[in-house]
Write a protein that binds this ligand. Structure first.
Ligand SMILES: NC(=O)c1ccc[n+]([C@@H]2O[C@H](COP(=O)([O-])OP(=O)(O)OC[C@H]3O[C@@H](n4cnc5c(N)ncnc54)[C@H](OP(=O)(O)O)[C@@H]3O)[C@@H](O)[C@H]2O)c1
Length: 324
C-alpha cells in the first residue's frame, strides 16, 4: 500500500484524492497546506487521517511514501526539490516547472537521489490515448503527416488570478497548451522547428497561443490554446492511409474514430468510468512496486523535451516570468 501525502489543498488536489482511491494500491495518508485550517477542512472533507499546517511538516512524516505536488505552477520546482530531499517519490502537476532550467534541476535531483519522479501528465495514461499511440505506431493510418489539437475555455480570470498572473506562471501555454504540445510530441517525438504566435493580455502573459512544429521526416503539428473562448478541444491525427479523430476533450477522451482512406469509420469507445486521474496514479503505484524511478510511459526526458518547447514558444512570443 503506497501512502500518499497531498502537498497543497487546492482544487486539483481534491480531484486527485479520488483518483488515488480509485487506482487501488494506495491511500491518502496526509495533506499539507500553508494553513492548518485549510489542511483540516480538506482532511475532513476527504476523510484523510493527518493534516499538517506546513509543507515541511508533511515532508517530515516518515509514513509518507509519495508526494503529490498540487500547488501553483511557480511552486512546482521548489516543492518537488524539497520532497526529493525528504526522500519521497513525487508526482508533480503539469506544467512540470516554469521553464526547462527548473525542470532539468528537478530531474537531476531525482536521478541523483534515486527517487521516483513523474510529471502528472494524466492524458498519457487515459486508455483512449494509450490506444491512439498503439494504433498509430502499428501503422493503422499509415505514416503520420499532421497532428492538430486545440484546448480552450473562457476563463474569466480576473487580475491576479494564477491563470493570468506572470509571477504565478500564468498563461494559456503552460496551463492548456502543454496538452496539445505533449500529444503531438507523444506521436511525433521532438520537433526540429517551432513557430509561435500569441495574443498577450494586460498582465503580460499569453491569453491565446498558437504553435506550429515540424518534425524529422517532414510531419507537422499545429496546436492552439486559449483562455478567451470555449474551443472544441479535440485532436486530429492525419496519416497517409487515414486519420483518427480524438473526440473532445482530447486530453481525456472516451472515443476515437478511425477513418480509413476509403472513408469507412471505425468507432472505438473506451469509457473512463470514474476518475480519469486514476490511470496516472496506477502507473505510479506500479512503478514504485517495481522499484522504478521513472515511468517508461512519461519519462523525465519527455517532460524535459516538452519544457524546452514551452521555453522556445515563450521566447518567440515574448512571455517572461519574473526572475527569468
Ligand atoms: N491535471 C489537471 O487536470 C489539472 C487541472 C487543474 C489544474 N492543474 C494544475 O494543478 C496546479 C494547481 O491548480 P489548482 O487549479 O488546483 O489551483 P488552486 O486551487 O489555486 O490550488 C493551488 C494551491 O497552491 C498552494 N499555494 C501555495 N502557495 C500559495 C500562494 N502563495 N497563493 C496561493 N496558493 C498557494 C495552495 O495550497 P495551500 O493553500 O493549501 O497551501 C493552493 O491550494 C496547477 O499547476 C495547475 O496547472 C492540473
Amino acid at each position: 500500500m503506497i501512502n500518499w501525502g497531498i502537498l497543497g489543498a487546492g482544487k486539483i488536489a481534491g480531484a486527485l484524492v479520488l483518483g488515488i482511491r480509485e487506482a487501488g494500491g494506495g491511500r491518502v495518508a496526509a495533506v499539507g497546506s500553508r494553513s492548518i485550517e485549510r489542511a483540516g477542512t480538506f482532511a475532513g472533507r476527504f476523510e484523510i487521517p493527518a493534516a499538517y499546517g506546513s509543507y515541511e511538516d508533511l515532508l517530515a512524516d516518515d509514513d509518507i511514501d509519495a508526494i503529490y505536488v498540487a500547488t501553483r505552477n511557480d511552486l512546482h520546482y521548489q516543492n518537488t526539490l524539497d520532497a526529493i530531499a525528504a526522500g519521497k517519490a513525487v508526482l508533480c502537476e503539469k506544467p512540470f516547472a516554469l521553464n526547462s532550467g527548473q525542470a532539468a534541476e528537478m530531474v537531476a535531483a531525482a536521478r541523483s537521489a534515486g527517487v521516483f519522479l513523474m510529471e502528472a501528465m494524466w492524458m498519457r495514461f487515459i486508455p483512449a490515448i494509450v490506444e491512439l499511440r498503439e494504433l498509430v505506431s502499428g501503422g493503422a493510418i499509415g505514416e503520420i503527416r499532421t497532428v492538430a489539437a486545440d484546448f480552450g475555455f473562457r476563463a474569466n480570470a480576473g487580475a491576479g488570478h494564477r491563470l493570468v498572473e506572470p509571477s504565478l506562471g500564468g498563461g494559456a501555454l503552460l496551463d492548456l497548451g502543454v496538452y496539445p504540445i505533449s500529444l503531438a510530441m507523444l506521436l511525433l517525438g521532438e520537433p526540429e522547428s517551432i513557430a509561435a504566435s500569441a495574443s498577450i493580455g494586460a498582465s503580460g502573459v499569453d491569453e491565446q497561443v498558437a504553435v506550429s512544429m515540424t518534425f524529422p521526416g517532414g510531419a507537422i503539428s499545429s496546436a492552439y490554446a486559449t483562455f478567451m473562448a470555449d474551443s472544441p478541444t479535440e485532436a486530429h491525427v492525419v496519416g497517409t492511409e487515414g486519420r483518427v479523430w480524438v473526440h473532445p476533450r482530447f486530453h481525456n477522451p472516451e472515443r476515437l474514430d478511425v477513418i480509413g482512406a476509403d472513408g469507412a469509420v471505425r468507432e472505438i469507445d473506451l469509457p473512463i468510468g470514474g476518475s480519469g486521474y486514476r490511470f496516472e496514479v496506477a502507473e505510479v503505484h506500479r512503478a514504485l512496486l517495481a522499484g522504478e524511478t521513472e515511468s517508461p510511459m512519461r519519462t523525465l526526458d519527455d517532460s524535459l523535451a516538452v519544457m524546452r518547447v514551452l521555453d522556445a514558444v515563450r521566447d518567440q512570443v515574448g512571455v517572461r516570468y519574473p526572475g527569468e
